[in-house]
Design a binder for this molecule. Structure first.
Ligand code: ADP
Ligand code: MG
Length: 330
C-alpha cells in the first residue's frame, strides 16, 4: 500500500465488451485510483444498476482497507502501531492481527525474505523525491528489521515490538487481501463472473464468457510488450516488478522491494509473477520470490501446492515453476 494522498474518484462505464448468449448480461468496467494505485473492476451483470451497486462495494472496501493500513494516514491502525508498539502492547483489530500473523508465516516460510519490518529501513526511501538512505543510516536501522522483533499476543489481540526502531508496512500483502475481500463482496452481491485488480494484484471470479481470461505478464523493461500470456479462471495472479516505484541514481536502480539482509533494493530480479487460488497468497509470494532470487525462489515455489510462478531475472532470463513447464517427450 502506498499513498492515499491522491485519492481520485473516477467511475466510468465502458459498456458491452463482448457478447454472450446468456440472457442479457453484459460486462461493465470501472476504475478508481485507491491505495496509490489503479484499481479496476470488471463485472458481468444483468443490469448496469446491479453492476454499479456491486462495484461500489468493491471500491468502498478498498478505501476501508487503505484507511486502516496505510502508513501515510496518521489515524490508520498501522500508524498507531508504528507510533506505540515499541513502548507498550497496542490492541489491534482481528483483521490486522490476522494479516500480521499471515505475514509472519510468510517470513518463516522464506527464512525472512518476506518481512513486514522491512519498513524499519524502508521508510528512509522516497521514490518520488528520489531519496535513499546512506550506508550508515542503513546500518543504524538494520537490527530493527527482523520479523522476530514482532510479538503478537493472541489473547489480548495486541502487538508489541522488542526493538525501539522497528516499524511495519503491509504493502507486500494488503492489496492481495483487499482484492480477496472485493471478490467475496461481489459473490455476495450475486455476481458470478468478475475480475478485480489493484496494481499488480488480480483475481478472477468465474471466467470470461465461458473461456479463461488471458492475463499478460509485461516485459519488465518495455511496458508495451507482453512476454507471456496465461489463461486463468477462478484464480489470482500477482506480479512484483522493479519498474513500479523506482528511480535511478549513478546507474543504480532504487526500487520498492527491499532485501531484509541488506536494507537495499533487490538487484537479482526484474519481475516475479505468482498464480495462486487467492490474491493474498499470490501477492505475498510474488514479493517473497522476488527477494529470494531465481534459485531459492524456484525451490520454494516447487515445494508448495497450488501455486505457480514465472520469474524474469536481472539478465532478462525467464524461469517457470514445475507446473508451468511443458512436459518432456521421452
Ligand atoms: P506492489 O503491488 O505494490 O508493486 P509488491 O507485491 O510488488 O507490491 O510488493 C512491494 C511492496 O511490498 C513494497 O512497496 C513494500 O511496501 C513491500 N515490501 C518491500 N520489501 C518487502 C519485503 N522484503 N518483505 C515484505 N514486504 C516488502
Ligand atoms: Mg506482492
Amino acid at each position: 500500500m502506498t499513498s492515499s494522498r491522491f485519492v481520485q474518484q473516477v467511475l466510468f462505464f465502458t459498456g458491452l465488451i463482448s457478447g454472450c448468449s446468456c440472457a442479457n448480461a453484459e460486462w461493465f468496467s470501472y476504475q478508481q485510483s485507491i491505495m496509490g494505485t489503479s484499481t479496476t473492476t470488471e463485472i458481468f451483470a444483468d443490469t448496469q444498476q446491479q453492476a454499479d451497486q456491486c462495484s461500489r462495494l468493491v471500491f468502498d472496501e478498498m478505501r476501508r482497507i487503505d484507511a486502516l493500513m496505510s502508513p501515510y494516514i496518521e489515524q490508520s491502525e498501522l500508524s498507531d502501531i508504528n507510533r506505540n508498539a515499541a513502548t507498550k502492547p497496542v490492541k489491534i483489530s482481528n483483521e490486522l492481527f490476522e494479516l500480521i500473523q499471515r505475514s509472519i508465516k510468510f517470513s518463516q516460510l522464506s527464512d525472512g525474505a518476506f518481512d513486514i519490518t522491512f519498513a524499519s529501513v524502508g521508510y528512509l526511501y522516497d521514490y518520488r523525491l528520489k531519496q535513499h538512505p546512506n550506508q550508515q543510516q542503513i546500518r543504524q536501522q538494520l537490527s530493527a528489521l527482523n520479523y522476530r522483533n514482532i510479538q503478537l499476543n493472541a489473547e489480548q489481540k495486541s502487538i508489541s515490538f522488542s526493538h525501539k526502531n522497528t516499524r511495519i508496512d503491509l504493502g507486500g500483502i494488503a492489496k492481495g487481501h483487499a482484492v480477496d475481500n472485493a471478490i467475496n463482496l461481489l459473490r455476495k452481491c450475486g455476481i458470478r463472473n468478475a475480475l478485480v485488480s489493484a496494481g499488480g494484484d488480480s483475481r478472477i471470479l468465474g471466467d470470461k464468457n465461458g473461456r479463461p481470461w488471458v492475463m499478460g505478464v509485461r516485459h519488465p523493461r518495455d511496458k508495451d510488450r507482453v512476454v507471456v500470456s496465461i489463461p486463468l479462471k477462478d484464480a489470482a495472479i500477482s506480479t512484483s516488478g522493479d519498474y513500479e516505484r523506482y528511480f535511478i541514481e549513478d546507474g543504480k536502480r532504487y526500487h520498492h522491494i527491499i532485501k531484509p539482509t541488506s536494507g537495499e533494493s533487490v538487484d537479482q530480479t526484474w519481475s516475479e509473477s505468482v498464480i495462486a487460488n487467492d490474491a493474498m497468497t499470490s501477492d505475498a509470494l510474488s514479493t517473497t520470490l522476488f527477494v529470494l532470487g531465481t534459485e531459492n525462489a524456484l525451490k520454494l515455489i516447487n515445494s508448495l501446492d497450488g501455486v505457480e510462478a514465472i520469474m524474469i531475472d536481472a539478465n532478462g532470463k525467464m524461469f517457470y515453476s514445475n507446473g508451468l513447464m511443458p512436459p518432456t517427450v521421452h
